[in-house]
Design a protein around this ligand. Structure first.
Ligand SMILES: [Zn+2]
Ligand SMILES: [Zn+2]
Length: 130
């Protein structure tokens, strides 16, 4: 990914492995993804729309808590690097420029387990029960 937009992490209980682990969040115009640093569970979000207008407050209904994160990013709309509001829910992910209000809206596409990613962490599989 050559374009660099949002790259941050958020520590919370993983919906998949249940561990308190960093969830690595990366977003570019074409895609956003959230990866658990412990188990490698990956959620992929694809863009739905981008808007400079105001949309009403989303009232998401989902299985997971909403993550409401503030992160630094470069806005392609106003060209300012600054704080962006990042919201991750079970079915969507949105980013909003703190300067001009430009929003990227992604919707959940698929999830999978990135075992290679998890292998880079310290995965100590318990020995088989005897
Ligand atoms: Zn996990
Ligand atoms: Zn902006």
């Amino acid at each position: 990914m050559s374009e660099r937009f949002i790259s941050t992490r958020y520590r919370t209980d993983c919906y998949h492995c249940g561990e308190d682990a960093d969830q690595i969040i990366q977003a570019v115009s074409a895609q956003a993804q959230v990866v658990c640093s412990n188990c490698g569970a990956t959620r992929v979000f694809i863009p739905r729309f981008e808007t400079a207008g105001v949309i009403g407050t989303c009232t998401p209904i989902g299985r997971y808590d909403l993550w409401d994160i503030e992160t630094e990013a470069w806005c392609k709309h106003c060209g300012v690097s600054g704080p962006h509001n990042l919201v991750v829910g079970s079915g969507h992910l949105t980013t909003r420029c703190g300067n001009c209000g430009y929003m990227h809206f992604y919707r959940f596409n698929l999830e999978y387990i990135d075992e290679q990613f998890a292998d880079r962490g310290e995965v100590s599989a318990p020995p088989g029960s005897s």
